[in-house]
Design a protein around this ligand. Structure first.
Ligand SMILES: NC(=O)c1ccc[n+]([C@@H]2O[C@H](COP(=O)([O-])OP(=O)(O)OC[C@H]3O[C@@H](n4cnc5c(N)ncnc54)[C@H](O)[C@@H]3O)[C@@H](O)[C@H]2O)c1
Ligand SMILES: [Zn+2]
Ligand SMILES: [Zn+2]
Length: 382
């Protein structure tokens, strides 16, 4: 089969690989019909994630058709059209029993913190991902869901990560009626978080980024006010000014470890690897939320410590909430919102990239070329 393969930082290509085989009676093999490139893949692509091995196939957002199932699998059959959450999870451990699918205890021998994620380095379990023609799906009775007949492929693939993660970011904010919500990052995840904030009762939504075309999308898709952070020497002061001097009730960090905006943070994080990510957006979040407010962190940070303004968070009495998204938990409500027309997630898709050209896709998305917001990867038909 053809599969995207990591060759080292900023180098990926498509190679011939063996079609994955059933390794456990609970496995399924899925023929991929759509995958996507996520902002999280950029952390791998930039060499930020420890133990990202040459030869790995990335891709934690994918849908497809069941091709083969192991002897124990009962809930899906060959030919079924399925969507697969980015989390690999067992469904029965202490954490899964509590809906914390992203924290599953049985899928990652390598860590006590993060669970299993498809195509996301050996730090996250070493599972090959779905930017390929075929992918092995463990616990096939647990993760995958049948795609509803009324849902198109582009919508379904966005339901495997970006949309539920944005929605989850708004949920973690504990938004109450009338709240002022600031979202850092106007990537797909931030756009979905901003749009979701209205659903949860926000009275104002303000999105911050430095890419004009993405802020335009935030105004149009998420009906948000926008702030270009490069236009303000003192961004925190500007946001305070916009929020009656108090700060926002809720701030969502949808940027994560590779935030721009501070040379010192970037050099110590990306170049010197002295911290698990540059927490510029997170520190701005801590500064721009009001005292007693909530900061929701869905932007991803690496396993090391980061230079976060913890003392300010403590002294302001903040609530900090965060996690990798437990995707499947969000599906029932999200499907309702999509079906009743509130959400049209495919509005954020800007490119369809054939799998054979995925290297160009990574470069375009990483360098934010051609007004790219969300690239979808399409393997060729068999
Ligand atoms: N928690 C989860 O389950 C989960 C799931 C998916 C993605 N993520 C993470 O969410 C983050 C966003 O993902 P995405 O796909 O939208 O990525 P993306 O790279 O497309 O978007 C990030 C955006 O942040 C902007 N940005 C950079 N520095 C900023 C700053 N200091 N302030 C405000 N904006 C800034 C960039 O210009 C860009 O538009 C990533 O860190 C990704 O790893 C987490
Ligand atoms: Zn992702
Ligand atoms: Zn589990």
């Amino acid at each position: 089969m053809r599969a995207m393969v990591y060759r080292g930082p900023y180098r990926v290509r498509v190679e011939e690989k063996a079609v994955p085989a059933i390794e456990h009676p609970d496995d399924a093999i899925v023929r991929v019909t759509r995958a996507a490139i996520c902002g999280s893949d950029l952390h791998l692509y930039h060499g930020m994630m420890p133990d990202t091995r040459v030869g790995m196939t990335f891709g934690h957002e994918f849908i497809g058709e069941v091709y083969e199932v192991g002897p124990s699998v009962q809930n899906v059959r060959p030919g079924d059209r399925v969507m697969v959450p980015f989390n690999v999870f067992c469904g029965t451990c202490y954490y899964c029993a509590r809906g914390l699918y992203s924290n599953c205890h049985n899928v990652n021998p390598n860590a006590t913190a993060v669970g299993g994620i498809y195509g996301y380095s050996h730090t996250c379990g070493g599972y090959d991902g779905g930017q390929a023609e075929y992918v092995r799906v463990p616990f096939a009775d647990v993760g995958p869901g049948l795609i509803p007949d009324w849902m198109d492929d582009d919508t379904a693939v966005l339901c495997t990560d970006a949309l539920p993660t944005g929605y989850f970011g708004a949920q973690l904010g504990d938004i109450v009626e009338g709240d002022v919500v600031v979202v850092y990052g106007a990537g797909p995840v931030g756009l979905f978080a901003a749009r979701s904030a209205w659903l949860m009762g926000a009275g104002r939504v303000i999105v911050v980024d430095h890419l004009d075309y993405r802020l335009a999308k935030a105004r149009e898709f998420a009906h948000a006010e926008t702030v270009m952070f490069t236009e303000h020497a003192d961004l925190v002061r500007h946001l305070k000014h916009l929020t009656e001097g108090l700060g926002a009730d809720v701030v969502i960090d949808a940027v994560g470890a590779e935030a721009d905006g501070s040379v010192l943070q970037q050099v110590t994080a990306a170049k010197l690897k002295l911290q698990g990510g540059s927490p510029v957006a997170l520190n701005w979040a801590i500064d721009t939320v009001r005292k007693g407010g909530t900061v929701s962190v869905i932007g991803a940070y690496g396993p090391l410590f980061s230079a976060v303004k913890f003392g300010d968070a403590m002294n302001k009495g903040l609530t900090l909430r965060m996690n990798q998204c437990p995707v499947k938990r969000q599906w029932p409500r999200l499907f309702e919102h999509i079906r009743n027309g509130y959400f049209k997630p495919s509005d954020v898709i800007t490119h369809h990239v054939p799998l054979e050209h995925i290297a160009e896709g990574y470069h375009m998305f990483s360098a934010k070329l051609d007004n790219c917001i969300k690239p979808i990867v399409v393997p060729s038909e068999p």
